[in-house]
Structures are given as structure tokens and as C-alpha cells.
Design a protein around this ligand. Structure first.
Ligand SMILES: Nc1ncnc2c1ncn2[C@@H]1O[C@H](COP(=O)(O)OP(=O)(O)OP(=O)(O)O)[C@@H](O)[C@H]1O
Length: 653
């Protein structure tokens, strides 16, 4: 095996393992590469106080804030004062947060790149590992910051252009390839064929129109070419190659974004995490491809983005449902020795933190949201514990193992590698609660101390020393086996107990996590249900109130009409009666408002009865009057005829 695979250098992928003394010298063409909080050039740091302040600031993890959206709208609720942000939803509750730097909506992609990634790229070319995370609520502009658009390229395309503009990459096929675990391997013809055909396949497989894509890229490149670069001087015998890999953590499972699409119904191959002897976590079997220019790297990035899990949520119509990690690897090797230096620059676009109530997610989306929130919760818990543990100098309590994301960024989070975080916020009023949640998280992150470690001098390895080392390793392995055997015969129960304790402990932590996310889920559901019931109840009350009012109006009109009729019928009754009725009417009118609906109906029925009786009485009286009138007429006519001798009598009406 050792004949075929030459492990030239078995290196710790963390920055500590690289011998910076051996790296190529860097000639910087511009002065203000290192950032300072007031964005002035390095000259401003001349005074001692400023130097100390800068040193103090550099100790902590850099957390930047980027505010998306309209430049005026957010000023109602947020106030930016240099590097601090005040949230003032109400006059009583005000919260204050400070950042390494705040970028308002007016700050463009170039400025963001210059301030955040540029100086780290120099360290990267110098052999240091760096990571840049974007964190924020869904739709707050994380992907825009990291990937951007062809018109407004983000940090990754700019970094690729910057790297390829700064270094001279060997155009010949590289002799060695980096492996996911930080080792390197000599490339044999079979492997070379595999790598080349995979890259060709990916470049061909991009769905978008190739010609249009290349044109857009060239336009972007032309735009970026006006920006300054760092020129690197290499020793004549150094060869440099650039490699990229792209992975995603979806529902707590790792996937390679550079493997071809699998047909529908067939599950994507899952990747596992591995650990090196130096306790570095890496993704096993991850595809790492060599790129010889920015265009190739950009095309591979586009291919990976096509494979990424996106879905529409109520907040963002194109929301990334996974954490995705794009890593650029720089392999620098000397032609005269076996020394190889690898540095990694990882960009991690975290899936948006979400409040379940806002996203209205159900089914698969809900499951995704739970997993996203759980891993972000673990990230927050890790940060909080790192802060505490850094004070008491004990790292055992940090729950890195509880999520894939924290395992992968363990070294960076502990401060052994350069790490920066860009917090994105959407300052609209309806996202206020999410924003506060995100800002609280960033406040914890900002307190993490970067522990500057002394660089280890890398041991120069020869094939002979490797052979010796492997032999030693074999012997150690055998010894270990013997010790293990003795141990297993002497303390089988102890071992068994320890094993089951560990697995129970792991299970317990898993359950705790599930409990947290379930509690959050049910709380959200209860809130939703409560809102829904209140809506229905309010609706019912409104309808009932309206019906009641209509009925009252109708009864009132009917009552007034009937009362008017009764008054007109009884108008010929005596004055005293009239007065009495009028009093009663006034009294009734006064009491009308205090009547209940039932009493009103009863009252009206009584009135109807009275009205009916009065009408009947009136008719009877009228017929009686007619009858008496007839009798009177007949008597008068009889008297006139017999006494007066008159034949005809005319009666006045
Ligand atoms: N600073 C900005 N200027 C202009 N447009 C922006 C800015 N930030 C974000 N956008 C736009 O807002 C929309 C949502 O942004 P983006 O997809 O980057 O959000 P996100 O935080 O990645 O969301 P998710 O976590 O749901 O994927 C996109 O259309 C993007 O182009």
C-alpha cells in the first residue's frame, strides 16, 4: 500500500500544523489590507492606545452585521451609531448590541468583501485556515452575501477571482491531490482520469446556457479586475494548485453537492464524519476537484448550488433548507522536497433560523425547520459554553458532538483557526422578533476569544522516515491490541458498563435536543391554535351582535308604529285618558332601552292584543252609531209626515 500511496506529509489541517516559515513571501500592493474598526488605513494605528485596542479587538471572534433593505425604512426601529446598534421598538424597551463593524443597506458587495474576506485570503495564501459563516433569519441576505448574483457577485466568486489573480497556478496537472482528512496523495493516471472526467461532467451538466453563463462570468470578472490584488512571489521551485469541495448538511445528514444528480426516488448517498489522529473532524469520501481558473471554480460552485436543497417558505420564496459549506483548498508544494502545505478557506451559508409561526411550515418543511433550528441551537449552546469554558479553561463541557455543523467547525469555534461571522438582518418591522433572536446569538458569539497558538514547525518527511514511522505505528498498533486484550479479559464488565454509559449519555443528549425542539414546536402550535380560536370567537360575536342590533331596530320601529296607531285610535277618548296615555308613552319610551328582547316582544304582543280589541270596539261603535242614526232619521221623517204634512226631509251630514 505504501508503495502506491505516498503520504507526503501527514498534517493537521488546522493552522497550527503548518510551518509558516517555509511559505512563499507575499508582496502586498496596497496598504489597507488589514481591517481596522474605523476603516482607516494601517497608518492610523500608529498610536499606542490604538494598537492596544486593536490587539484587544483581534482577540475576539469578529462578528459583522449587515443590514438588508431600504436605507430609510429601518431607522424607525433601529439606530446605528458607529459599531453599535440600538433596537427601539418602543421607547421603554431599548436593546444595544455592538459589532466589529456594521454595514448598512447602502454598503455594497465590494466593500463587504474588502472588509471581511480580503485580509483572511492573504493569511490563507500564507497557509492559515479560515472560515466565514453567515448567520441570520430566513430571507435576511445570507446567500446574497456569500454567493451574490452575476451582477453583484458575493464573497465566494470574489475570493476565487482574488486567489487566481494573486497567485500563479501551475497549469500542468498537479502531481498530488489533497484528501478530505488533510493528507495528500500522489495522483496516479487512473485517478487523474477519474478527476478530469468528473470535472468535465460537472461543467457540462450545469443546466443554464453555457455560452450565456461564460459571458456573464467574463462580465463579472471584468468588473472585479479593477479591484486591487495581492501579488505573491514564489520560489522558482514551488508549485501551487487550487482545489474546491462543496457539501451540505441537510436534516443533520451530510451530502456531497458535487456528485451527479440521482434519479427521483433513489436516495442520495450519505456521507459520514471521520476523525483524524489529531482530533480533526472531516467529511469522509468528499469529492475534491482541481480548478485551474476562476471560471472553472465558478462553474463548479453553480453546479453545487443546483444540487442544493431549496424550498419556498412564507418568508423566502427561495429559501436554502440546509447549511452549505464551500471550501477552497490551496496546495503548495516544493519541487525539491516532500513538504506540502495545505490551507483551507471555508464559506458556510447557514440555513435561515426560523420561527415556525412565521414560516407556516408543515410536513417535510416542518421537519427541516426543526433540524435547522436544532443545529443552530447547538451552535448557540457551543458558543455560550466556549465563552464559559474559556474563563475556567476547561473545554470538556462544550456540546460539539450534538450536531454535524459544530463538529465540523469545532477547531474554528475553539479559536484555533480564523473564524468570522457575518450576521444578516432584515430590518422590517414584522421581522423584529427574529432579528432580536439573531442579535442575541451574535452577542454571545462576539465574546469568544481567539486563542492565538504558537505555530508548530512541520517536520520534514522523507519516504524513509515515513517507512520508519509506519513500522512504529504497526508496532504501536500491535502493542495496543495486546493491552486491549488484557484489558478486555481483566475488566470485561467495566468496559461493557463504560460503553453502555457512553451510548446512554449520547442518547440522553439527543433526547434533550429533541425535547427542546418539540417544546418549541408545540408552543408555536398552541399559539397558532389560540390565534385561530380567538379569530373564530370574535367572528361569531360580531355576527351575533349584528343580528341582535338588527332585531332591536326592527322591534323598535314596529313598536313606534303600533304605538302611533293606538294613539290615533284612542284620540277621541277623554283628555285625562289622553294625558295618562301620554305619560305612559313617555314612561315606556324611557324604559324602552332597558327592555330585554323578550320583554319587548311580550309588550308588543300585549299592544297588538289591545289594538285588536280597540279596533273591534271601534267597529262595533260605528255600527251602533249607524243604527241610531237610522232610527233617528226614520222617527224625524215619520213626525214630519204625520204632524207637519211634509213628504221629504233633507238631513245634513
Ligand atoms: N443587501 C441586499 N441587497 C439587495 N438584495 C438583497 C440583499 N440581501 C438580500 N437580498 C435579496 O433578498 C432575497 C433573499 O435573500 P437571500 O436568499 O440571500 O436570503 P437568505 O438569508 O439566504 O434566506 P434563506 O435562509 O431562507 O435561504 C434575495 O432575492 C436576495 O437577492
Amino acid at each position: 500500500m505504501c508503495d502506491l500511496v505516498s503520504f507526503l506529509v501527514a498534517r493537521d489541517p488546522s493552522i497550527l500544523a503548518y510551518n509558516r516559515g517555509q511559505l512563499p513571501k507575499i508582496k502586498i500592493q496596497f496598504d489597507s489590507l488589514m481591517e481596522s474598526d474605523d476603516n482607516s488605513s494601517a497608518s492610523s494605528s500608529s498610536s499606542e492606545n490604538k494598537e492596544n485596542q486593536k490587539e484587544e479587538d483581534n482577540k475576539f471572534l469578529k462578528v459583522y452585521l449587515r443590514i438588508k433593505g431600504d436605507s430609510e425604512e429601518y431607522k424607525d426601529i433601529y439606530e446605528v451609531n458607529k459599531n453599535s446598534l440600538t433596537c427601539k421598538k418602543s421607547d421603554i424597551i431599548k436593546k444595544n448590541y455592538t459589532f466589529s463593524k456594521i454595514f448598512g443597506p447602502e454598503v455594497n458587495q465590494t466593500e463587504i468583501f474588502n472588509y471581511t474576506a480580503k485580509s483572511k485570503l492573504l493569511s490563507f495564501i500564507n497557509g492559515k485556515n479560515s472560515s466565514l459563516l453567515t448567520y441570520g433569519a430566513s430571507g435576511s441576505g445570507k446567500t446574497y452575501t456569500i454567493v451574490g448574483t452575476p451582477e453583484e457577485p458575493g464573497l465566494i466568486p470574489r475570493s476565487l477571482e482574488y486567489i487566481f489573480g494573486s497567485i500563479t497556478v501551475e497549469q500542468k496537472t498537479p502531481q498530488i491531490t489533497p484528501l478530505p482528512d488533510g493528507f495528500v496523495k500522489e495522483i496516479d493516471p487512473q485517478m487523474l482520469f477519474k478527476l478530469e472526467s468528473k470535472k468535465a461532467f460537472i461543467i457540462k451538466a450545469i443546466h443554464i446556457d453555457q455560452a450565456a453563463h461564460i459571458k456573464t462570468y467574463k462580465q463579472m470578472q471584468a468588473r472585479l479586475s479593477s479591484e486591487p490584488i495581492a501579488e505573491v512571489e514564489y520560489k522558482a521551485n514551488a508549485s501551487v494548485s487550487v482545489w474546491v469541495c462543496f457539501s451540505e448538511i441537510y436534516n443533520e445528514t451530510l451530502y456531497d453537492l458535487l456528485v451527479p444528480h440521482v434519479s427521483k426516488g433513489i436516495a442520495r448517498p450519505k456521507l459520514e464524519l471521520g476523525k483524524t489522529r489529531d482530533d480533526n473532524t472531516y467529511i469522509k469520501n468528499l469529492t475534491i476537484l482541481n480548478v485551474s481558473n476562476g471560471l472553472e471554480a465558478y462553474q463548479i460552485l453553480q453546479y453545487g448550488l443546483q444540487n442544493l436543497n431549496y424550498a419556498a417558505t412564507a418568508i423566502n420564496s427561495h429559501s436554502s433548507r440546509s447549511h452549505c459549506i464551500f471550501t477552497i483548498k490551496l496546495v503548495q508544494s516544493s519541487k525539491n522536497s516532500d513538504e506540502v502545505f495545505i490551507s483551507n478557506f471555508s464559506f458556510c451559508d447557514l440555513a435561515g433560523s426560523e420561527r415556525l409561526k412565521k414560516t407556516l411550515n408543515l410536513g417535510d418543511r416542518l421537519k427541516e425547520s426543526n433540524k435547522i433550528n436544532t443545529s443552530l441551537l447547538v451552535l448557540g449552546r457551543c458558543m455560550e459554553n466556549i465563552k464559559k469554558c474559556q474563563q475556567i479553561k476547561d473545554r470538556r463541557l462544550i456540546p460539539f458532538r450534538e450536531s454535524k455543523l459544530t463538529q465540523l467547525f469545532q477547531k474554528a469555534l475553539m479559536g484555533f483557526e480564523r473564524l468570522e461571522m457575518i450576521v444578516n438582518i432584515n430590518p422590517s418591522r414584522n421581522m423584529y422578533d427574529e432579528t432580536i433572536h439573531v442579535l442575541n446569538f451574535s452577542a454571545i458569539a462576539k465574546q469568544i476569544i481567539i486563542e492565538e497558538q504558537l505555530p508548530k514547525v512541520a517536520r520534514k518527511r522523507t519516504r524513509f522516515s515515513l517507512l520508519l514511522e509506519n513500522k512504529e505505528k504497526d508496532q504501536r498498533g500491535n502493542n495496543c491490541l495486546k493491552v486491549n486484550n488484557v484489558e478486555s479479559t481483566l475488566f470485561p464488565k467495566e468496559k461493557q458498563r463504560k460503553k453502555s454509559y457512553n451510548s446512554l449519555n449520547e442518547e440522553y443528549h439527543q433526547l434533550l435536543l429533541e425535547k427542546d425542539s418539540l417544546i418549541e414546536y408545540y408552543e408555536e402550535q398552541i399559539d397558532l391554535e389560540k390565534d385561530r380560536v380567538i379569530e373564530i370567537y370574535k367572528d361569531l360575536l360580531d355576527k351575533r351582535q349584528k343580528r341582535h342590533n338588527d332585531e332591536l331596530m326592527r322591534l323598535k320601529e314596529e313598536y313606534e308604529r303600533k304605538c302611533a296607531n293606538v294613539i290615533s285610535i284612542s284620540s277621541d277618548e277623554s283628555d285625562s285618558e289622553e294625558e295618562e296615555d301620554a305619560d305612559e308613552w313617555e314612561e315606556n319610551k324611557k324604559n324602552f332601552k332597558s327592555y330585554s328582547r323578550k320583554e319587548l316582544i311580550k309588550h308588543i304582543m300585549t299592544l297588538e292584543e289591545t289594538l285588536k280589541e280597540a279596533t273591534e270596539e271601534g267597529l262595533y261603535l260605528r255600527s251602533e252609531i249607524e243604527r241610531y242614526r237610522e232610527i233617528y232619521r226614520n222617527s224625524v221623517m215619520q213626525y214630519a209626515k204625520e204632524v207637519e204634512g211634509c213628504e221629504n226631509v233633507v238631513f245634513s251630514q
